[in-house]
Design a protein around this ligand. Structure first.
Ligand code: ARG
Ligand code: ZN
Length: 422
């Protein structure tokens, strides 16, 4: 009953007419070749209302690695002039972000031709996802339960779906998967929905899904950052953080993947509330991070596998990201990630890098995967889904299926290995 009331509350909040979050601009791909250019690019990417897509923070810009920078239309001339005068190698990655955002948000009321396309091959706003959570639990009550694990800064519910196959007398082991820590990574919640649908439909039919669900309960948090996610639909498509307001602060939001207690706010995170990688006032200062941490702490006896879904860049990462040292079970994690990446390569001809976060992507403390690992969840991964920079966060809906299929393959491969070791 309580659950229904909460859902009604959230639905009514979302009833206000939604203006579009589409931002009109371009995404530039820029490579610095010299230390001087690195400095200039760091400067450019922190001014003119530009938004860094890759890497997540200016401090991670280095020589000879591609930087993806969103530039609002009215700044494109300024920025390209600066790039030209400093002899940068650069090209236009996305010509028209507004149009791509429009394609991502088309639905069957806007465009009746979409009526035939699958629900899971479209992106859904927060209201639709809450509705889906409720409906999925009602339609598959034998397999799915909804748990309320906390609420966001703006008091939206954080729902977890608990999927269970065959019942067992002894307490079952479990795996956890969260999506949508970062607001703009829309393929991530889309994957959680895809995954749940797949588990429900193929339980008893597909050997691997059945094995996975019989051996483990599966906890799925489809949108860990609902306030941020909603904001990307209504106001700013490029938003990454949550939407918390800090006492006497001018800037909004904390990077939830810098807010966990794992070398919190050391090098690789920012203590400036205006930055996209702001770590927050203290570890777990944010209700979203705290809710997840509390849940995992209280279920740590059973949860053996932690997976967090992000995008983009096609990587299978494992701890540590918060330090350069390797985990005690590094070889095991590396082999699991390698096998999963090989599977993806073989079946889908799609390339995924793998390795510890700190070496493969960048030093980034305060992440959920490192924290979960230190809690005692020995199998902990962060997946970065498609693509590698063709569309970035604006991955068109017709590419959702491929992105989800390959991630699902990796997840099956890893979880079946975990089952044998726990
Ligand atoms: N792109 C992700 C981020 O910047 C990488 C996550 C890897 N794990 C981590 N703990 N940083 O948050
Ligand atoms: Zn992310």
């Amino acid at each position: 009953m309580k659950l229904q009331l909460l859902i009604v509350f959230v639905l009514s909040l979302d009833k206000f007419p939604e203006k579009s979050a589409a931002e009109n601009g371009k995404v530039l791909s820029i490579t610095a070749l010299t230390p001087e250019q690195v400095d200039i690019l760091r400067n450019i990417s922190s001014q003119f209302e530009t938004v860094l897509w890759q890497p997540a923070s200016p401090i991670h810009i280095t020589a000879n690695t591609e930087v993806h920078l969103y530039v609002p239309q009215e700044r494109v001339l300024d920025v390209t002039a600066q790039l030209e005068s400093n002899q940068f190698t650069h090209s236009v990655m996305l010509e028209d972000t507004e149009q791509l955002t429009e394609i991502q948000t088309r639905n069957d009321t806007k465009d009746p031709r979409l009526k035939g396309t699958s629900f899971y091959e479209r992106y859904h706003n927060l209201e639709e996802i809450y509705h889906w959570v409720n409906k999925t639990a009602t339609d598959h009550a034998n397999m799915v339960k909804v748990l309320l694990i906390g609420s966001s800064f703006e008091k939206r519910p954080l729902y977890v779906l608990k999927l269970s196959g065959r019942a067992s007398n002894t307490p079952k082991k479990a795996m956890w998967i969260d999506c949508g820590i970062h607001a703009r990574e829309w393929i991530s919640p889309a994957f959680c929905l895809w995954f749940v649908d797949n588990c429900i439909n193929y339980y008893g039919l597909n050997r691997e899904i059945t094995e996975m669900m019989d051996a483990m309960d599966i906890y799925v948090l489809p949108v860990m950052n609902p306030d941020g996610y909603r904001y990307t639909w209504t106001t700013k498509r490029m938003w990454r953080k949550n939407r918390s307001i800090h006492p006497n602060g001018v800037c909004v939001g904390v990077d939830l993947n810098r807010n966990f207690d794992a070398n919190w706010c050391t090098s690789g995170a920012s203590s400036n509330p205006c930055d996209d990688t702001y770590c927050g006032q203290y570890p777990e200062s944010e209700p979203e991070a705290q809710a997840v941490a509390n849940f995992l702490r209280s279920h740590k006896a059973t949860v053996k596998l932690y997976v967090s879904i992000h995008s983009y860049s096609q990587m299978l990462l494992f701890p540590y990201s918060c330090a350069h040292e390797l985990t005690a079970n590094h070889d095991e994690l590396n082999e699991m990630a390698q096998d999963a990446a090989n599977d993806i390569q073989r079946y889908y001809r799609s390339h995924y890098k793998f390795g510890p976060g700190s070496k493969t992507i960048y030093l980034a403390p305060g992440g959920s995967d490192d924290w979960a690992y230190n809690l005692g969840i020995n199998y902990s991964f962060t997946f970065e889904l498609q693509d590698r920079g063709r569309y970035g966060f604006l991955l068109p809906p017709n590419l959702i299926a491929n992105a989800c299929k390959e991630a699902l393959l990796a997840l099956k491969s890893i979880s079946l290995k975990v089952i044998k070791r726990i």
